[in-house]
Write a protein that binds this ligand. Structure first.
Ligand SMILES: CC(C)(COP(=O)(O)OP(=O)(O)OC[C@H]1O[C@@H](n2cnc3c(N)ncnc32)[C@H](O)[C@@H]1OP(=O)(O)O)[C@@H](O)C(=O)NCCC(=O)NCCS
Length: 148
C-alpha cells in the first residue's frame, strides 16, 4: 500500500504524524489478513512500534504486509514501512511492527483461519519467529491476568 504524504498528514513543520503511519499500518495489515482469510477481520493487538527516521510531507510511504503465521482464529501480520523522497529516489526504512488480526464470522465472532503454507526459506523464518512472539504474547497476557 503506497500513498504520498500530504500537509494534513503532518504537523505544522512538515513532519508526518506517527498516527498517520500507524493508521496505514493497520489498514495494510488488515488487507493482508482479509486476503488470506477472505473474511472480515479485527485488530486485536499491535506490538511495540518505533519510528526510526522522520517522514516528511511529499514522501511516498509504502507499507508491505505479510501474514507470518496463524493460530486458531488469529494471525500475526508483519509490516515494514518505507518512505521515498520521490524527487531524489532516496528510500528510508522507517518502521516495522507486528499486528494480531482476528478473523470474524457473519455474527462478528472469531472464526478459524486457513493455515499459512511457507514455501521459501524467508517464509519459514518469519513463521518460526512469529511462533516465538505468539508464545511471548500469551505469556504476557497470563502474567497480566495474575498480577495483583
Ligand atoms: C479481537 C476480538 C474480536 C477477540 O475476541 P475475543 O472474544 O477476545 O476472542 P478470543 O479470546 O477467542 O480470542 C480470539 C483470538 O485472538 C487472540 N487475541 C485476543 N486478544 C489478543 C491480544 N490482546 N493479543 C494477542 N492475541 C489476542 C486470541 O489469542 C485468539 O487467538 P487464537 O484463536 O488464534 O488462539 C475482540 O477482543 C474485539 O472485538 N476487540 C476489539 C477489536 C477492535 O475494535 N479493534 C480495532 C481497534 S480499537
Amino acid at each position: 500500500m503506497s500513498r504520498q504524504m500530504m500537509p494534513e498528514d503532518a504537523n505544522p513543520w512538515g513532519y508526518v504524524h506517527g498516527g498517520t503511519i500507524m493508521k496505514m499500518v493497520d489498514e495494510a495489515a488488515g488487507s493482508a489478513a482479509i486476503r488470506h482469510t477472505r473474511r472480515q477481520v479485527s485488530t486485536a493487538a499491535i506490538d511495540y512500534m518505533s519510528f526510526l527516521q522522520p517522514v516528511h510531507v511529499g514522501d511516498l510511504v509504502t507499507i508491505r504486509a505479510s501474514v507470518n503465521d496463524v493460530g486458531r482464529t488469529s494471525m500475526e501480520v508483519g509490516v515494514r514501512v518505507e518512505a521515498e523522497n520521490m524527487l531524489t529516489g532516496d528510500v528510508k526504512y522507517t518502521s516495522s511492527c507486528y499486528l494480531v488480526m482476528v478473523a470474524l464470522d457473519e455474527a462478528g465472532k472469531p472464526c478459524p483461519v486457513p493455515p499459512v503454507i511457507p514455501e521459501t526459506p524467508e517464509q519459514h523464518r518469519r513463521m518460526a519467529a512469529a511462533k516465538i512472539r505468539r508464545e511471548r504474547r500469551r505469556q504476557l497476557q497470563r502474567e497480566l491476568k495474575s498480577a495483583p
